[in-house]
Design a protein around this ligand. Structure first.
Ligand code: BG6
Ligand code: MG
Length: 225
């Protein structure tokens, strides 16, 4: 039997498993609009993978309003955005799993490789339940289990530890620049889904292109480099 050379694969949730990254954007854009701040999809790249409160700070900075509100006012704004985001989540079904993801998960599991999920979202379990994926991952790290948001490596290192995986033999899949930085700071192999993730070890344009044989081939090249 071929020796197993990958311990685990750890997925990001928002923007990789499902397109909830877009719902985050719509909810933030509405809150920003109410504050007189205009944000677009390019700015939104900076919010991906970043915690709720850190995202709010980035938006306030964009409008030069970072010193204009108390902590309690900021908490109220973040809650308002979250209520709006949760309205979108009510419509989420298993049909909203991104193309190629279920096939990829099946192919990884066939080889007996563990899969984990690393999301800084406090809504991660709601999203997983809506997609009927709550029993799919061997371990889920969400906002409740870590202190630091991506790009800090804490979240991916926690996933590796709980999966009993060596980070250097583990693959992370991300759609966010902060997420790729977190994977690389963990010394893992980084797969980036999107067009702006230059630091990824292997890049694809969409989840449809996430083919297990190709990912393994790229990982093998990286490990033997
Ligand atoms: C990340 C998203 O997964 O979760 C970010 O990429 C989001 O856009 C963050 O801000 C926090 O999510 P939530 O659901 O806790 O507000
Ligand atoms: Mg993401």
């Amino acid at each position: 039997m071929e020796e197993k050379f990958i311990d685990a694969v750890v997925f990001d949730l928002d923007g990789v498993i499902t397109d909830s990254a877009h719902y985050h954007f719509l909810a933030w854009r509405e809150l920003a609009r109410e504050l007189g701040i205009s944000i677009n999809e390019v700015f939104n790249e900076r919010l991906k993978g970043v915690s709720r409160m850190d995202s709010l700070e980035l938006i306030l900075q964009e409008g030069n309003l970072q010193n204009d509100f108390t902590l309690s006012e900021k908490a109220t704004m973040a809650e308002k955005k979250n209520l709006h985001y949760c309205e979108f989540l009510k419509k989420l079904t298993p049909q909203d799993i991104m193309p190629g993801i279920l096939e990829l998960i099946t192919n990884i599991k066939i080889e007996g490789i563990s899969i984990g999920l690393a999301s800084v979202s406090r809504n991660a379990s709601t999203v997983l339940k809506a997609l009927k994926l709550e029993d799919t991952f061997d371990y889920v790290v969400d906002a409740a289990k870590v202190k630091k948001s991506k790009p800090d490596p804490e979240i991916f290192l926690t996933a590796c530890k709980q999966l009993d995986a060596n980070p250097k033999r583990t693959i992370g899949i991300e759609d966010a620049s902060a997420g790729i930085d977190s994977i690389k700071a963990s010394e893992m192999f980084a797969v980036g889904v999107g067009n702006t993730l230059n630091k990824a070890d292997y890049k694809v344009h969409s989840t449809k292109e996430l083919q297990w044989e190709l990912i393994k081939a790229e990982y093998k090249k990286w490990i033997e480099r």
